[in-house]
Ligand binder design. Structure first.
Ligand SMILES: C[S@@+](CC[C@H](N)C(=O)[O-])C[C@H]1O[C@@H](n2cnc3c(N)ncnc32)[C@H](O)[C@@H]1O
Length: 260
């Protein structure tokens, strides 16, 4: 089994592309990409290309299949896709003026080392743009999605204890950036609250989020931490949530901008 909770199947690669688009406003509203000419990132390259028409982008991921899939989906001269380890980048000091890291640190055993490495490859004055999960923040009203929350707890404990990663890393990103040497650090808690004011957006978010967390179901089934009846109940709770006119979806990821 993979040591990456979302797995590397082709369905999951396709889900990541859809995720980038679905969360476009949440991820990109906080960032101005226009000043940057030379960006290093892992994934969500298609949107970076759209948002900055001039930048050259170096896009790395440790997984070869992720990179091959991205290459097939994105054909642009301005992108250089490479298999690479965020802990040990093969680039010279000061090569980039922007490092864009999105939904990655949570999967690492040593997120500090990754930020130290991002600091190294940035020019003085270069910026890091960071987006990270805070899984403790998930809340549903009415408080009837008990199986979903139980599954999510199993997901988070597996990621934390078995994979030694950090599903609650969001509030720590300011400290990690500080320790890496970054300055002018701005951290923002990007709360997403969907309620009866926009039921279709709320339900789309619920569908998206359940699909996201169920991307770990094969690993959790294999480890016998969940069973098929739990998955059925999750579907039922999701559908009941969506027809409840008072339902609320709340989640609060974190973002940060900092300068070398
Ligand atoms: C949730 S995905 C996010 C991908 C992309 N940023 C996006 O938003 O679509 C996390 C990615 O981090 C990659 N990853 C994990 N450990 C890594 C490492 N040490 N170096 C580079 N990439 C890594 C995984 O292979 C996976 O593709």
């Amino acid at each position: 089994m993979s040591d990456y909770i979302h797995t590397y199947t082709s369905d999951e690669q396709e889900r990541l592309f859809r995720q980038g688009k679905f969360l476009e406003n949440i991820v990109f509203d906080f960032f101005d990409l226009k000043p940057f000419g030379n960006i290093i990132n892992g994934g969500i390259t298609k949107l970076l290309l759209e948002k900055n028409k001039d930048a050259n982008i170096t896009s790395i991921d440790i997984n070869k299949e992720q990179i091959e899939n991205a290459k097939q989906n994105i054909n642009a001269k301005r992108v250089n896709f490479e298999v690479g380890d965020i802990y040990a980048l093969t680039y010279a000091d000061h090569k980039f003026d922007c490092a864009f890291i999105c939904w990655v640190l949570e999967h690492l055993q040593d997120p500090q080392k990754a930020l130290d490495e991002a600091y190294r490859v940035l020019q003085v004055g270069g910026k890091i743009l960071l987006t990270e999960v805070y899984n403790n923040s998930l809340y549903f009203y009415p408080e009837k999605c008990t199986t979903i929350l139980k599954y999510f707890e199993i997901f988070n404990v597996y990621q934390r204890e078995k994979l030694k990663a950090f599903p609650h890393i969001g509030p720590r990103i300011g400290n990690l950036l500080f320790k890496a040497g970054f300055k002018n650090i701005q951290v923002s808690n990007r709360a997403i609250l969907w309620d009866k004011r926009n039921p279709s957006a709320r339900n789309a978010m619920m569908d998206y989020y359940i699909e996201l967390i169920l991307s770990a179901k094969e690993i959790l089934l294999h480890e016998k931490l969940i069973d098929a009846s739990m998955l059925d109940k999750i579907e039922q709770e999701k559908e009941a949530f969506k027809i409840n006119k008072d339902a609320i979806f709340y989640y609060a990821p974190f973002q940060a901008i900092a300068e070398k």
